[in-house]
Design a protein around this ligand. Sequence first.
Ligand SMILES: [Zn+2]
Length: 395
Amino acid sequence: MAGTAYVPAMTTTDPITIARDLIRCPSVTPVEGGALAYLADLLGRAGFAVHRVTFSEPGTPDVENLYARIGSGAPHLMFAGHTDVVPPGDDTAWRHPPFSGEVVDGVLYGRGAVDMKGGIACAVAATLDHLAARQGKAKGSISFLITGDEESVAVNGTVKLLRWAAEHGERFDHCILAEPSNVDMLGDMIKIGRRGSLNGTLIVTGKPAHVAYPHRGENPIRGLVQILSALMAEPLDRGSANFQPSNLEFTSVDVGNRTVNVIPGEARARFNIRFNDCHTQASLRELVGKRAAAAAGNVRHTIVWEDSNADVFVTAPGPFTDTVADGIAEVTGRRPELSTSGGTSDARFIKDYCPVVEFGLVGQTMHQVDENVPVADLTMLTAVYRNILGRYFAP
Ligand SMILES: [Zn+2]
């Protein structure tokens, strides 16, 4: 069945051309590089009301963003994405220059090919084709919420653009984030949620002394190992309907003692927790704090938690995820797995405004040297989005 159900759509605008043109804009965060100007022009000519918005934050560079909408009615479907890319690293390591957008043997090369200029190009091409079939008019509304600040600190991007849009009266019914969601083949996975992420440091305080006289001191490494073992021993949960079990992973143990004959005064261990919807940040802090205290006995310890804007979320399977999955299945011949695996994305911010799913290209070469996408994938993803638009706005 795989590969046989695909029928190419008639496109008024070619996704390969759009993807190539976007790759030629060297938009390494926080530089705009011409990518948003290009989209503004393309969408503006198709009748979208286009807004370019720049956000600032002390200590970070200003970043440009774009919001474009066509139509005024409901339902309102938003495509979200980012035009910024990670640095290419050593240019000479690339087979084709990272911002050249060369097509060789049916493969488009360049930084951002899959993450995620390619995905944006497909969404734009599909939308323009969908509108052309309706004489340029939207039934309901379609918008593009595109940031230039995703790959780095992500403070002047989606989070502020969503707030800006809400303040300007924008309301969204659903969102498709065009991040590379597939593992091996186009159509194998939709992300319907993401785990939360929380960082902490366990600090154990002892009493320095000469190693020859340990009874005069108190070795914090002994206490650290005791608490660390306890925290690693017991799972945080057994997983939930849509999520794998939460996980606490120690990432560093630090004493920083350069001497060979002194018992140190303090020992630290850093850890990260990827958590599912059995927990909130507050409930996790409490649970880990209690377990540490129970294991500590009279070991003096504290846990310092870092602020996190990466909360867990899930878009419950239902009519919207069905529409997306059906569109994917009809075009690709594959029924996608609804997954919550992987790291965080801008969906963690979008979920506060409307249900969001992620579906885009295959992620295998993202952030790598020779990042690339088969032209056939760009054509097929465009057909998928086009199919989803047809279903979503069905009469
Ligand atoms: Zn991305």
